[in-house]
Write a protein that binds this ligand. Sequence first.
Ligand code: GLN
Length: 483
Amino acid sequence: MHQLTLAEIARGLADKKFSSEELTKVLLARIAQLDPQLNSFISLTEDLALTQAKAADARRANGESGALLGAPIAHKDLFCTQGIRTSCGSKMLDNFKAPYDATVVAKLAAAGAVTLGKTNMDEFAMGSANESSYYGAVKNPWNLEHVPGGSSGGSAAAVAARLLPAATGTDTGGSIRQPAALTNLTGLKPTYGRVSRWGMIAYASSLDQGGPMARTAEDCAILLQGMAGFDPNDSTSIDEPVPDYSASLNGSLQGLRIGVPKEYFSAGLDPRIAELIHNSVKELQKLGAVIKEISLPNMQHAIPAYYVIAPAEASSNLSRFDGVRFGYRCEDPKNLEDLYKRSRGEGFGAEVQRRIMVGAYALSAGYYDAYYLKAQKIRRLIKNDFMAAFNEVDIILGPTTPNPAWKLGAKNSDPVAAYLEDVYTITANLAGLPGLSMPAGFVDGLPVGVQLLAPYFQEGRLLNVAHQYQLNTDWHTRTPQGF
Ligand code: GLN
């Protein structure tokens, strides 16, 4: 049962092959048995899950239907869940029970999804390896000595290990696509504004976007359908109709123009990954796509610009965690200053403190123009590159990451080495574009992802291309040994 995808679960529930309650019990038992190896959950919500599963079964018995009605999922632990710990992977929020549900959580619950728990993540979503979590590192089910990627590493490892069929993630600079690539999943970062950020604990507000992580594009379509839509509570939510994503999966790729940026194949890319990307291009050509070389000339500036803008926004967003209003408070503060300093010093981990310092520096009066403003100008140039490229092509294709999953601890002493892994993903966040990563093969037994980018609100096109690719390849069906 644990091998079933969301689409298969929906059919099984509709055909009364099993109930949501039965399925939920099977998966909770599997999590109890296997998750100690992975550490992919921060909290389990067994009681809520069983209540939701029974309610979904009752709704089906009353004649209701729906692809998510009774479907087990989990939420990255930065989506607020009413009455349930929402830790953001941090000691700072270890004792925080959210007073309300995030819009995404509420929408999925209303559609009948069953929440099994809250998944592990890099502290405040800062990281690419899920090693900065207060709750310990997450292991990659493909090789337990390797990282699963981050920051949505818990969601990725859990879905890849078949502990559940799908989970939510968030992507500020790649945190859905990169862990999806490193664990052989399909993950989609929607257009900025497509999915409500209300109740999602903010990292960098102009970049953050929630999205689905699953094993197939078909399942990402189902989960995205439940997440997307206008929300008056989020001032950057966009009032655009939500198309039927599942209906978009079967379009023909005949004549689809795919752009492959020449800058993607420069020195930093593992040549074995480059070969797998070329293979996926050939596969799509067989399906009728036309390939065109394009250029994204400002891509080289993306990492420095992102690592100014994201920390700048983070330093502002995280100022609310002061030992007074939320979360951790130090013992016996001597005075107000001591309370602030020690609560923040003890509550935040090293990477979060580093980002707050970098961000505060970049925003300080003397350096604002030189760093923050400059980075914003680069951001516009990167967006312009994409706009020019999308005049010529329908989709942009390339690797999701320059390397496969690295060993736990390998990049701990050198944060910049980890930042460089984001080279292919962060441009989509800077421009606000939708992007998807899907399985494209293996290097040394570790999964490799191919990334597709599309114009604003063309999530359906990304899912269509990925689904057609998955009908003709079987990388996404491979299961890690031992799971
Ligand atoms: N690795 C990037 C960072 O650390 C992206 C993280 C994310 O998308 N949340 O900022």
